[in-house]
Design a protein around this ligand. Structure first.
Ligand SMILES: Cc1ncc(COP(=O)(O)O)c(C=O)c1O
Length: 419
């Protein structure tokens, strides 16, 4: 019999295999200092483009005050137990009511994390005869939710409405044959890697032809899109057609937790049947009170979203003018597509960090095809014009070096922390 541990240490996985050179630098880096446009990395000040602190709320004085006061009053323990048993509070219910109203839905339910939340939502609402039709580029938490689904699931090519319709036809035919079950379509409001919005209006329009319910994970759209910041549904004028609207608090809200909003009877069903919440301790009070304050600022300070967009558009325009390929983004997420191997990508990142003091995230094979590199820049309301100018200059210079072959190295540079 094999020892499970033996197998694990033989293959650390696609990223783990580089850990001896990468740990603490390319993977698991430690950013120090106050969360903002500039932070310290290995003692050097960097312009940081990898935090989803879209509205700059992480260090907003009112947010810090609310977080601190709530922690002083309640600590991290309160309330104890799962919501259903002993962990409910007026603050939890107030936050749910405010989120529902903001999203123009009847009710909402809080969840401790987005990842668990969406997985568990899929598990709670879909039975074995139901069919899930989903976008091929859905986030890992949606994919893991699908793994819990005992019935059929049909994937459609990313944002390809023709293929979506084809899968809806297949799903409808299967359900007709089974004589039971329904269809759930799942997509994202904004796809976090490429920054393109899900085609929500078009998907909602398919409801006139097919019978299905729509679940949208709007992690990157909540707070950043739509006139009031209510997200991609509001931006596309189809919020009513989204049956279940989901977002994490980990991005615009710069916090922890998540919520799902929808019809009261369905949210109530979920409240009494969602395993990740029923069998887990409820969100601690400082998070709930801190999230109430964040939601208040998100609603009442439109200047934060305006600044975020001004920065994003300035960055995106500057990149396009300099000949960079930023793909199809129509959100603030700003990818830069380049060609090169994993080793070159890491050498370029090292140059960006060490000599230009720019800290951004990279995406390489196997997440994307071999030979491609995506630098993913996340603008926030906290960035300045100077940050943008410095970054544009750094990318122009390092791209020229990449094209000239200056980053062709044998292996990933050894930058690991001593362990
Ligand atoms: C689309 C999407 N859904 C869910 C999550 C997970 O949220 P959380 O960090 O609250 O678990 C993320 C976070 O990366 C995300 O991008």
């Amino acid at each position: 019999m094999a020892d499970i541990f033996d197998r694990l240490v033989k293959n650390y996985g696609p990223i783990g295999q580089h850990r001896e050179r990468a740990h603490g630098y390319f993977a698991f880096p430690k950013l120090d200092g106050e969360i903002g446009n500039k932070m310290k990395f290995r003692g050097k000040e960097m312009i940081v483009w990898s935090l989803n602190n879209y509205l700059g709320l992480a260090n907003h004085p009112e947010v810090r005050k609310a977080d601190t006061e709530a922690t002083e009053i309640y600590g991290l323990a309160s309330p104890m137990g799962a919501r259903m048993m002993s962990g409910n509070s007026n603050f939890h219910e107030q936050l749910e009511a405010e989120l529902a109203a903001f999203e123009q839905k009847e009710d909402a339910i809080l969840m401790n994390y987005g990842y668990q939340g969406i997985m568990s939502t899929i598990d709670a609402i879909c039975g074995r005869h139901d069919v899930i039709v989903y976008d091929a580029e859905s986030h890992a938490c949606i994919i893991d939710g699908l793994r819990l689904h005992p019935g059929h699931r049909y994937v459609y090519k990313h944002n390809d409405l023709e293929d979506c319709e084809k899968q809806l036809e297949r799903a409808t035919a299967l359900i007709d044959k089974q004589g039971s079950g329904g269809i759930l379509v799942i997509t994202e409001g904004v796809f976090g890697m490429a920054g393109d919005q899900g085609k929500l209006t078009e998907i909602v329009a398919l409801k006139s032809k097919y019978s299905f319910r729509l679940l949208v994970d709007d992690a990157h759209g909540f707070g950043t899109l739509g006139e009031t910041g209510a997200g991609a549904g509001e931006a596309q004028g189809c919020q009513d057609g989204i049956d279940l609207y989901f977002s994490t608090f980990a991005k615009s809200m710069a916090s922890i937790g998540a919520f799902l909003a929808g019809p009261r009877v369905i949210i109530d069903f979920i409240r009494y049947n969602i395993r990740s919440q029923i069998f887990a301790k409820s969100l601690p009070m400082p998070f709930v009170i801190g999230n109430l304050k964040r939601l208040d600022l998100l609603r009442t300070k439109p200047e934060l979203k305006a600044k975020l967009w001004a920065n994003a558009l300035k960055l995106q325009k500057g990149l396009k003018e300099r000949g960079f390929d930023i793909g199809k983004t129509d959100s603030v997420v700003t990818p830069i597509y380049m060609k090169g191997g994993v080793e070159e990508a890491t050498a370029m990142v090292m140059d960006l960090r060490e000599n230009y003091h720019i800290f951004c995230s990279i995406v390489v094979y196997p997440v994307i095809p071999k030979g491609h590199i995506i630098y993913r820049l996340i603008p926030t309301a906290a960035h300045t014009d100077e940050d943008i100018e410095q970054t544009l200059k750094a990318f122009s210079e390092t791209k020229a070096k990449l094209v000239a072959g200056a980053y062709q190295v044998e292996a990933i540079p050894d930058m690991a922390d001593a362990r």
